[in-house]
Design a protein around this ligand. Structure first.
Ligand SMILES: [Zn+2]
Length: 108
């Protein structure tokens, strides 16, 4: 009888230890889940920012191109022949505007 109760005690201890470990594991899993939930929207925001950034990069490049190649209309971006004084697409007066002014107009 004595021996059996010792074995039972030992078993009981083991079960309790397992329960404590299990509770700890549950806590950890819960914490990880919470963190993942917090990270998810951040990830989406980063993706949105990436898209926005590449869009801005494209627009900056387009803008730089329009300054580098004045033979395109600065207002509508359509290609122009060198002898054109007025854009046939949007009516922009090209020859009268000095280049820095064209660039400033684009910023509006
Ligand atoms: Zn134009």
């Amino acid at each position: 009888m004595e021996e059996k109760s010792e074995i039972l005690d030992a078993m009981n201890e083991t079960v309790e230890m397992n329960n404590t470990l299990l509770a700890q594991v549950k806590d950890i899993v819960y914490n990880i889940r919470t963190e993942v939930k917090e990270i998810q929207p951040l990830k989406e925001n980063v993706e949105k920012l990436k898209t926005e950034l590449s869009r801005l990069k494209r627009e900056t490049k387009k803008f730089e191109e329009s300054i580098k190649h004045p033979k395109k209309c600065p207002t509508c971006g359509k290609p122009l022949l060198p002898e054109f004084k007025v854009c046939p697409y949007c009516g922009e007066n090209i020859k009268l505007l000095p280049e820095p002014l064209i660039a400033l107009k684009d910023y509006k």
